[in-house]
Design a protein around this ligand. Structure first.
Ligand SMILES: NC(=O)c1ccc[n+]([C@@H]2O[C@H](COP(=O)([O-])OP(=O)(O)OC[C@H]3O[C@@H](n4cnc5c(N)ncnc54)[C@H](OP(=O)(O)O)[C@@H]3O)[C@@H](O)[C@H]2O)c1
Length: 267
């Protein structure tokens, strides 16, 4: 029986590159995201690689849709070996401009979405006493980033979810690990929320983020996909991908100094 991976946010960016890489390595792939057209395009690319895939339009913030996704995946392939919780959205705004609707949206997708997948798939993994859960977090879950309170809150939650759940599930044969990307040149900004004090300020925030994602400091989605593949192959608790590894490591040991340097660097 082939191994099977279920990937959320598989229609573009990191999720898409991860889906193609796992297919190249011989996995059957279950693809989830909300919009069917780009999802089907990835399914076709996988078919051209000579592998099977199942594309299921799913909003991960809706538990009923997640249950239907997991049910069809297991009915089709019989087993799911790897879950990659990847679908997420970005937000940049000072706290005062972050509406409660924004908070709900970020938390519903970036936290509840991950919990929905784990909660629904866990009985299957426990029955089989095997499996790997990879949570795609962010550098923003390892160190604070200015004006990204909602996003960082969601990603710190994912770091906590991963580290705590690992203690519980590893003795039961299930690996839980995290890959934390730094800025990555995907189409992340398509869904990102920006809220400045004025329209000009909002555009400026968007432009700054765009410039950073296009800079040589940013990773490529393929770099993150490779690290997701590596962490599934080799026992490792977490991995930070890209240029954020230096400030994040520094923040862990000398948070005050890192904060000070970061403030000076970002003005
Ligand atoms: N790019 C970066 O700089 C960066 C840095 C650090 C961490 N990350 C993390 O890496 C992960 C992937 O990011 P990316 O850059 O590849 O993003 P991306 O290019 O924007 O892709 C996001 C994917 O998630 C899907 N998605 C969004 N909301 C969804 C929902 N409610 N239900 C199901 N699918 C949903 C999108 O498709 P639909 O809209 O069709 O649903 C799309 O397939 C995210 O968790 C992100 O936080 C990214």
């Amino acid at each position: 029986m082939n191994k099977t991976v279920l990937i959320t946010g598989a229609s573009q960016g990191i999720g898409k590159e991860t889906a193609l890489l796992f297919a190249q390595k011989g996995y059957d792939v279950v693809l989830a995201a909300r919009n069917s057209e780009p999802l089907n395009a990835v399914a076709n690319e996988i078919k051209n690689l000579g592998r099977q895939s199942l594309a299921i339009p799913t909003d991960i913030s809706d538990i009923e849709q997640v249950k239907a996704l997991v049910e069809s995946a297991i009915a089709t392939y019989g087993n799911i070996d790897v879950l990659i919780n990847n679908a997420g959205i970005c937000m940049t705004a000072p706290m005062v401009n972050t509406t409660l609707d924004d908070w709900h949206k970020i938390i519903d997708i970036n936290i509840w979405g991950y919990i929905h997948l784990i909660h629904t798939l866990l009985p299957h993994l426990l029955d089989r006493k095997s499996g790997t859960i990879v949570n795609v977090g962010s550098i923003g879950g390892k160190m604070p980033l200015p004006n990204m309170t909602a996003y960082c809150t969601s990603k710190y939650a994912i770091a906590g979810l991963t580290e705590t759940l690992r203690l519980e599930l590893e003795p039961k044969g299930i690996r839980v690990c995290a890959v934390h990307p730094s800025a990555t040149d995907s189409d992340f900004l398509e869904r990102a929320i920006f809220r400045g004090d004025s329209e000009d300020e909002t555009q400026k925030q968007r432009q700054q983020m765009h410039t950073f994602l296009k800079s040589p400091l940013a990773s490529k989605p393929q770099d993150v996909a490779k690290e997701i593949w590596n962490i599934v192959q080799h026992p490792k608790m977490e991995s930070i991908v890209g240029s954020g590894i230096f400030p994040a490591t520094m923040y862990r040991f000398v948070p005050g100094l890192t904060d000070w340097l970061f403030k000076r660097a970002t003005g």
